[in-house]
Design a protein around this ligand. Structure first.
Ligand code: WTA
Length: 646
């Protein structure tokens, strides 16, 4: 595939666009040159403030004291729901499609409002106050949106934990944020399988003494264990709750949520987003990147347990008064047409998914797509990992019938919203490129010394200036915030990704530069994996890396050294793979384990992961500089062991 193949904007569509290429260039320049003016305009347009801000921004990447819309007062829930009631009371806010094709429901803005208010009162009656952390461990059911918005309504902070996470992962997140209440369901349902969420929650809570109440949504009604002192049924509590609940007036800088994500090292980080900046950024990016127009049916397939679900299934679309679709299931159940059937059922106009899903469905052949109409589609989006041009072409040609622009959106949990993406109709598209920066975003590609590289050269992707959607800090760990993102290139935000920019200004993401592994778009840290492996009594040491995979983007490959006297066996391999799955979650799939007599370490004791990646991917022609290895002999051993398992 030619790298610079360009898909021009189809002329018939240009009239639908908010902006064209020229307007993009002008507005982008304005957003960078007159940042305060630009963001003031956007904050007025996209958000209803109880009282206006006194200044647009303050602070810098040097001091790490950035703040947005200072002293402005607002409420996230009010902006997502209440302010729309006058015009959209009877408009559908959420379409819910169950895992079972026959199960679905809709919630109008008025119905959503009523449920949120009642639930907010339930929370208040259980003692939740402004600033308290509430953990939400729910599957993809409407109650997850109701819970998040009810928490935001009373000024508490939600911490959503992906429902596929294990009880250990849940426990660690509850403890780190010191949550005082947990909202969960009896079971989750996905792909025809049951996930015993309440059991996981019970197990996690054995070690979380500060969680005094658990609110349980009845999803399947299958039996669960019940703790009378602690557990409350959601539906019973809601019935008895008052529906009057004014939205708390919060400061722009008050926290809205914490969302845990994997880092290169150590335990997952609680990314903290505040209210004003995050909401302005989620709303403006949702409107422009998806060219969202009044009446569009919008579907983002991401799970709400990840940032894409927060920003582009809940906050962005609801801020813009959209109808957002929430799907409980998976693309391959009951068959590979599932996504396309849902698009036809609801006449979806905008569809946003991940490369891993596109690749998995591409593999099954075109017939699953072609047996559906998809004529409602106007725009396609992708996120989470680089999309290979082949998958892009298929998405464009087969799914979008050659008529829908694709927005390949690059961003991170930390960035709050999309930072680099084509704008539909304004950016001619290049398959595999994430296009141009969004308004107000100043990306640069730099070398090891932090100097900008020439166009076409690969380097580290950094962002030079603050923008409203950027996280506030890592919850409870400002030092780690500073170390992780601002130390390597002082005065700039380090993304951790590699990239190059071509001479047309298009960005191309090459993947992570650090030890974060993206498996099917899910972010997993090498450190977390190694901690689980190393805790097995037979393991002395381990190193986990990601290696390329056609469908999942990357798979986990682990090198493991057993304790002396312990014989490595196939049984032990299976046990270790299962242990990772049990302790992190089923998305942490270890694809392969290679036994290693020793790991390649530098003289200062650092594992040379670059070398491990080469060995695991059989790229043996150029192993790079191995002169700093404490024992160069380990390389030969690792290569011969790799040959044995191929
Ligand atoms: C990767 C997901 C290439 C990247 C929103 C980033 C991408 C990490 C793209 C953040 C894309 C995300 N093309 N790579 N369009 N989008 N990534 O925090 O490596 O789960 O740093 O946020 O995903 O993952 P996270």
């Amino acid at each position: 595939m030619e790298k610079n193949k360009i898909y021009n904007v189809p002329a018939s569509f240009v009239s639908n666009a908010f902006i064209d290429e020229k307007k993009y260039q002008a507005l982008y320049k304005h957003s960078i040159d007159n940042s305060d003016e630009f963001w003031a305009e956007q904050a007025k347009e996209f958000i209803t403030w109880f009282s206006p801000w006194k200044s647009v921004q303050s602070g810098s990447f040097d001091k790490l004291d950035m703040r947005w819309f200072l002293e402005g007062k607002l409420n996230a829930c009010y902006n997502c729901v209440d302010r729309h009631l006058e015009k959209r009371k009877n408009q559908i806010a959420i379409i819910w499609q169950g895992d079972n094709p026959d199960e679905s429901l809709t919630l109008t803005y008025a119905a959503l409002h009523e449920k949120i208010c009642r639930f907010a009162n339930v929370l208040k009656n259980l003692g939740v106050k402004k600033g308290d952390r509430v953990c939400i461990y729910l599957p993809m059911i409407p109650e997850i949106a109701i819970a998040m918005l009810a928490v935001a309504r009373i000024g508490a902070i939600h911490s959503v934990v992906f429902s596929a996470f294990s009880s250990d992962s849940l426990k660690a997140r509850i403890l780190d944020a010191d949550c005082k209440l947990l909202i969960t369901a009896d079971h989750g349902v996905r792909g025809g399988k049951n996930n015993p969420l309440k059991d996981h929650a019970d197990k996690a809570l054995e070690k979380c003494p500060n969680v005094k109440h658990v609110i349980v949504v009845k999803r399947t009604g299958a039996p669960i264990t019940w703790n009378k002192e602690r557990d409350v049924w959601y539906h019973e509590a809601l019935q008895n709750a008052n529906m009057e609940c004014p939205a708390e007036k919060l400061d722009s800088d008050d926290p809205l949520f914490i969302l845990y994500t994997s880092g290169s090292t150590g335990s997952p980080k609680g990314i903290l987003h505040t209210t004003g900046g995050y909401l302005v950024y989620a709303a403006i990016t949702h409107k422009y990147v998806f060219n969202y127009s009044e009446g569009d049916i919008y579907w983002c397939t991401a799970d709400i347990g990840w940032i894409t679900g927060h920003s582009y299934l809940i906050y962005g679309p609801l801020l813009n008064g959209a109808t957002t679709l929430m799907f409980e299931g998976v693309p391959q159940y009951p068959n590979f047409s599932r996504f396309w059937e849902i698009i036809d059922k609801y006449n979806v106009n905008i569809f946003y998914t991940a490369p891993t899903a596109i690749r998995a469905l591409h593999k099954e052949g075109d017939q699953w797509v072609k047996q559906t109409s998809r004529k409602s589609l106007k725009l396609l989006g992708t996120v989470g990992e680089p999309i290979n041009p082949d998958a892009w072409e298929w998405y464009h040609r087969v799914v979008g019938d050659d008529r829908c622009p694709i927005v390949d959106t690059w961003w991170q949990t930390e960035t709050g919203g999309i930072l680099i993406s084509p704008l539909p109709y304004a950016t001619p598209l290049k398959p595999g490129s994430v296009g141009w920066p969004f308004f107000g975003i100043s990306p640069e590609v730099v070398d090891e010394q932090g100097q900008a590289v020439e166009d076409g050269k690969t380097g580290k992707l950094i962002i030079k200036k603050p923008w409203p959607g950027l996280m506030k800090t890592i919850y409870g760990d400002q030092e780690r915030f500073k170390e992780t993102y601002f130390k390597e290139v002082p005065g700039c935000y380090l993304t951790g990704d590699g990239a190059d920019r071509d001479t047309d200004g298009y960005f191309w993401i090459t993947g992570r530069n650090d030890d974060i592994i993206k498996v099917s778009g899910h972010r997993i840290g090498s450190g977390e994996l190694e901690a689980v492996l190393n805790s097995h009594p037979a393991v002395a040491e381990s190193a986990a890396i990601g290696i390329p995979d056609d469908i999942r983007g990357n798979i986990i490959y682990a090198f493991v050294t057993t304790k002396s006297g312990i014989q490595p066996t196939e049984l032990l391999k299976k046990e270790l793979i299962q242990k990772v799955r049990d302790e992190i979650g089923p998305h942490a799939i270890v694809g392969n384990i290679q036994w290693a007599k020793d790991l390649p370490k530098t003289r200062s004791g650092k594992i040379m992961r670059r070398l491990l990646r080469k060995i695991a991917s059989d790229e043996l022609t150029d192993l790079g500089d191995t002169s700093t290895l404490a024992d160069p002999g380990v390389v030969g051993d690792l290569i011969s062991e790799r040959k044995k398992i191929k």
